[in-house]
Write a protein that binds this ligand. Structure first.
Ligand code: FNR
Length: 371
């Protein structure tokens, strides 16, 4: 059995428990990174090279960590990022995330390759005003993608996150050693005949992603939706500046949880150069172009480091998957509450009563050493 939820004291604890309860195929798919997993480890270790410069004697009797993402309110500068194949971990799959997000007032990004159908995930909202975003893999068959977008818009999805770091899915060797025989996704089911199950879950679901996607296609994408468009998986200042100049709504600095190009830098390492370049062009700060970061974020201190350096919010992936694999939606609720408690304490000790007070001078990122 699993220990009582109250014994989970931080987000790392869920990983230890999930490893025990998940089937080997699920553990392999969720936990793996690409190749030697150097980037995946760097995602957490990079935060260890950023230090705080807390301020004293400020009134921190009240602390407020609420914010807004793409104009949508969130109780935390954290969203639940898209992770495919939710039913590998729990029969209710992504709906666990929807319920917890609704209860705790955070935003969930629905994956294209969810195990639950899009309609089920939307229907699982705890209240009508609950905000959801959608992650988009652009299909080689553009009509399929246009249908997905139209459906999302009709369902009231508030932001479209186009994944741009996966023209081909990375080699996750732990996963490739497993035969994928399990719950698939909507999209996979539409293409049942083309699926090769012999090389793990990632390979089985990836054959629909269009590797020809390019900057030119963004004109088409923008013409088929009014939803704000954010590029997920930007890794250089050059591409971030291009996205801003195109008038997109933001970028996620991300390496896909270390699952794509090994030796890609972590999002937090890219953040510095992106903010600097945008500033130099007069494009930062800009409420119409927000910067998000994901990868390796496990503590409120990680969240606050990213916010101090210019991120509006951060995405968290695996810890929430692990939390619901072991405890269902209650696990995700608990994980979010742990983050809230950590935020309150960290902001007090930093001398920052609101997120606006979390300024660049509050971190010493010299040891990141990226530029
Ligand atoms: C992902 N991620 C991801 N990203 C995406 O754009 N589409 C997808 O289908 C998936 N699927 C997926 C599955 C699993 C099991 C994982 C772990 C990750 C990447 C995800 O959105 C995010 O970038 C990382 O998970 C963030 O890193 P952490 O928080 O998991 O360290």
């Amino acid at each position: 059995g699993v220990p009582p939820l109250s014994q989970c004291l931080n987000l790392y604890d869920f990983e230890v428990i999930a490893k025990r309860v998940l089937k080997p195929t699920a553990w392999a798919y969720y936990s793996s990174g690409a190749d030697d997993e150097v980037t995946m480890r760097e995602n957490t270790s990079a935060f260890g090279r950023i230090w705080f410069r807390p301020r004293i004697l400020r009134d921190v009797s009240k602390v407020d960590y609420s914010t807004s993402l793409l104009g949508q309110k969130s109780t935390l500068p954290v969203y639940i990022t898209a992770t495919a194949l939710g039913k590998l971990g729990h029969p209710d799959g992504e709906k666990n995330l929807t319920v917890a997000a609704g209860k705790e007032g955070v935003i969930q990004m629905i994956p294209t390759l969810a195990s639950c159908s899009f309609d089920e995930i939307v229907a699982a909202k705890t209240h009508d005003a609950q905000v959801q975003f959608m992650q988009l893999y652009v299909n080689s068959n553009r009509a399929i993608t246009e249908n997905i977008i139209a459906k999302a818009e009709k369902a009231g999805i508030k932001g479209l996150f186009v994944t741009v770091d996966a023209p081909q899915l990375g080699r996750r060797e732990k996963d490739m050693r497993m035969k994928f025989d399990d719950v698939g996704s909507d999209m996979q089911n539409q293409n049942k005949d083309n699926v090769d199950r012999s090389q793990g879950a990632a390979r089985a679901i990836s054959s629909f992603i269009d590797p020809s996607l390019s900057w030119d296609d963004l004109t088409w994408l923008r013409s088929v939706t009014k939803m704000p468009i954010v590029l997920k998986g930007v890794q250089t200042w050059e591409d971030a500046v291009r996205a801003a100049e195109l008038g997109l709504s933001g970028v996620v600095l991300s390496n896909h949880g270390g699952r794509q190009l090994d030796f890609a830098r972590s999002g937090i390492e890219v953040l510095g150069e992106v903010v600097e370049a945008l500033k130099a062009k007069g494009l930062f700060p800009n409420p119409m172009f927000q910067i998000f970061v994901d990868g390796g974020i496990r503590r409120a201190s990680d969240v606050l480091k990213a916010v101090a350096m210019g991120a509006t919010a951060v995405g968290i992936g695996r810890p929430f998957l692990y939390a619901y694999s072991a405890y269902g939606s209650d696990g995700v609720v608990h994980a979010l509450q742990l983050l809230k408690a950590e935020m309150e304490m960290n902001m007090r000790l930093l001398g920052a009563p609101t997120l606006k007070d979390v300024v660049p001078e509050m971190v010493d990122a010299r040891a990141l050493g990226t530029h």
